[in-house]
Design a protein. Structure first.
Length: 541
């Protein structure tokens, strides 16, 4: 085996990271998190760079498990739980040597443990973490989708239990935000929403449907006898070492109950303001908005545009000992230490409006209302912001400038809206180009015209070519594009004078406001996303 070196030293020798970056990752990594994962999470290196360094410096080969012929006879040497926890996968046995795919071939503890447990010599090879987890799900759970329901309720390793474990493990590994269990006439489709796109992962037999739904309902503390009305529930558990909060929704359809599992990865839950992909200009403007002592700050955009992440990051930034922050949400997605969060419960009369009224008697400094849905909530939020409170909320509008007419349409007096509003942020989520297969290309004539129309130019743009890191998709993860509209005294005067939205838009443009399309094109130029993704944002405007 190669001399036992430290990863931080190897990466510094290869000029991929600085000593300061290594120290930052070491000081801020989560308990039990490895240095490589902490560096990847902070964007200091890519997984491909990490693998190339380990391959070159340690002389350990890199393998792609995408179509690797794994010998299923060797699975017995490594228990499934050990494989999942350590991101390792046994591949084959040669004489007295077990070839083991590892995300971290410098994890000498697991190598030593396995050599003692198996009596074999371990020969490590390097593979991407996602590749390994994909192989674990594929081989350790092999053929379980074909099983029929022949189990007793007290058999803990029943097929349906293992099948649900497989779906949840795959969902976490693929970074899915939702798992859809869709009953059809003759089978059941399992679809994952990955980076905003639904894709069919597997199809299971129809006779598994009722047992699978019942298993989910039991875990979510729902009524398993009620199959004709929609139900909601929640499951908190640790999957493959990752703490996960899941929101469950059951909906009766003609072919049985459709179940959607929303996965909230608690490790990735609360972001910092610096992680929200704001451009430098927008970041400065937004920080000025949220550090005002009072007033209303609104976030707008369709469902699934990352509004909640921005709100939580903002509250996290403002969360200090001397500040009383109270939220009223439906539902409470992530629980924040030091913040008082109220869950809306319409069944007992705890609506947004009632919750907000009660909050005002709790001496708050900062209030977050999950969503303004009606005139009553809008008026209370606005009056709260006019009486010395900083109020955050969300609204469904297409752009930042459309927000004021939307509030007035709800029946709120224009002078109240104008007096209260500090500013509005509109945002959308787009898929990010995979950093490991980012490829440069020349923009087409039409694309150059789009850049020119928005006052920009670009000599080259980028796309993802597809690699094992992104499962050949060319994209990995998502990022936000924004427009930030601070409502200054001039805009307030224009609104009170009933000037057109086009006039206000022109004024905002003169003040240097970047609209969604322009912010998106800037991110295309810098290689963060593709032209195709930004064009979809523009269509929705």
């Amino acid at each position: 085996m190669a001399a036992r070196k430290r990863l931080g030293d190897l990466l510094q020798e290869a000029d991929l990271v600085t000593a300061d970056q290594v120290n930052d990752a070491l000081e801020n990594k989560r308990g039990g998190q490895k240095l490589g994962d902490a560096l990847l999470e902070r964007g200091y290196i890519t997984e491909r760079q990490l693998i190339e360094v380990l391959e070159f410096q340690l002389g350990i080969p890199h393998v792609s498990l995408y179509q690797y012929p794994i010998d299923e006879q060797v699975l017995g040497y490594v228990p499934k739980e050990v494989a999942q926890q350590n991101s390792i996968m046994p591949l084959k046995k040669r004489d007295n040597v077990l070839v083991l795919a590892m995300k971290d071939p410098m994890d000498y503890y697991i190598i030593d443990d396995l050599e003692m447990a198996t009596g074999l010599s371990i020969s490590p090879v390097i593979a991407e973490k996602d590749d390994i987890l994909y192989a674990i799900n594929k081989y350790y759970f092999k053929n379980e989708a074909e099983w029929t329901v022949e189990y007793t309720g007290d058999d803990d390793e029943a097929p349906v239990v293992r099948l649900l474990d497989q779906f949840l493990n795959s969902g976490i590994q693929l970074r899915a935000s939702d798992i859809h269990i869709d009953p059809q006439e003759t089978d059941v489709r399992i679809r994952y929403r990955i980076d905003g796109r639904l894709q069919t992962e597997t199809i299971i037999q129809k006779q598994m449907q009722n047992a699978l739904t019942a298993r989910i309902k039991i875990l979510a503390d729902m009524d398993i006898t009620q199959t004709r009305l929609p139900q909601d529930g929640r499951i908190k558990m640790t999957i493959g070492g990752t703490p996960v909060d899941m929101r469950i929704s059951c909906l009766p359809t003609v072919h049985g109950e459709k179940v959607v599992i929303r996965i909230l990865d608690l490790n990735r839950a609360i972001m910092q303001l610096s992680e929200l992909n704001f451009s430098q200009n927008n970041h400065t403007k937004y920080r000025q908005l949220i550090t005002q002592p009072s007033g209303l700050v609104l976030l707008t955009g369709p469902t699934g545009s990352g509004k909640s992440s921005t709100l939580y990051a903002s509250l996290n930034y403002l969360n200090k000992e001397h500040v009383n922050i109270i939220t009223v949400e439906d539902p409470v997605e992530y629980q924040l230490t030091g913040i008082n969060q109220v869950q809306v419960n319409s069944a007992v009369g705890l609506t947004f409006a009632n919750g907000l009224r009660s909050i005002l008697r709790q001496d708050p400094n900062i209030i977050m209302v999950g969503e303004i849905r009606d005139q009553e909530t809008a008026e209370i939020a606005i009056r709260a912001s006019l009486t010395g409170h900083l109020v955050f909320s969300t609204l469904h509008t297409n752009s930042a400038i459309d927000t004021v007419p939307r509030l007035i349409d709800m029946g709120v007096e224009p002078y109240l809206v104008v007096s209260a509003l500090n500013g509005v942020v509109a945002q959308r989520l787009v898929r990010a180009i995979c950093r490991d297969c980012k490829t440069e290309r020349e923009p087409t004539k039409m694309e150059k015209e789009i850049f020119a129309k928005n006052g920009l130019d670009a000599d080259c743009i980028y796309y993802g070519n597809g690699c094992s890191s992104c499962h050949q998709r060319g994209y990995r993860g998502r990022l936000a594009v924004h427009e930030v509209l601070p409502v200054d005294d001039t805009i307030k005067s224009m609104l009170l004078d009933n000037q057109s939205m086009a006039t206000i838009q022109n004024y905002a443009k003169e003040q240097g406001m970047l609209f969604l399309m322009q912010d998106g094109l800037e991110k295309v130029k810098t290689g963060l996303t593709t032209m195709e993704e930004i064009m979809q944002v523009s269509i929705s405007l």
